[in-house]
Design a protein around this ligand. Sequence first.
Ligand code: SAM
Length: 232
Amino acid sequence: MNKGKFYGVGVGPGDPRLLTLRAVEVLQSVDIVAIPKSRLDRESVAWEIAREHCRAETKLLELEMPMTSDQDVLLEAWRAGAEAVLSRLNQGLKVAFITIGDPSLYSTYSHLLQFLRPELAPEQIETVPGISAMSAAAARIHEPLALGDEPLLILPGTDNLERFLDLPNLVILKVSRTLPEVKASLEDSERKAVLFTRIGQTGEDIRTLDDLDPSGKIDYLSLLLVKMGGKQ
Ligand SMILES: C[S@@+](CC[C@H](N)C(=O)[O-])C[C@H]1O[C@@H](n2cnc3c(N)ncnc32)[C@H](O)[C@@H]1O
């Protein structure tokens, strides 16, 4: 059978100029761009970033990937998404699944691949790395994520930051989930914490935790860099 090819393409954090040359090459060559959406009636940030690099005739395949911690709902969404992709691959088509930042860091791409890998030959899969949001954030303030022998810890939100505060460099992704707890943990610590929202996108915002509005609510597309070295 004429087998297709599946690509996981990192489209970077927001600025359409921060895609790799390989990502653009793949987007221009595929038959279908698969777009993860939290709800089908919502816009996709990944598509907003990628669209200018795609051919007008490229078909889109929208995949609903709900934002939930319900494992049964998630498993079903990944399974259905993988099935929709596989049926196109089995027609010999090339499908690029686009994902914000880098596909190897907290991306639905890895879950889809879990379902697809047993069905595909190794040469039918290509993962195209992307610039992660944390790299873009560090670049915006000209700070290293880590230097010399220092470790760097990446956390997916946390309500127990105290146990990591001895480390020199922390990145907290998905920080909107636990911002009040994170803020409280940092209150009396001599740490420099910078909150980045929608880096490279409309509405980009960079601020300290002291500058939050009273509701404490922030956009899901926000991350916190925390470093030793005194409050900013
Ligand atoms: C599911 S993770 C995806 C990470 C992504 N794969 C990466 O490499 O950056 C989503 C989290 O990434 C962070 N994020 C993604 N894009 C961002 C942006 N443009 N600005 C700030 N944070 C962003 C936020 O912490 C968000 O909650």
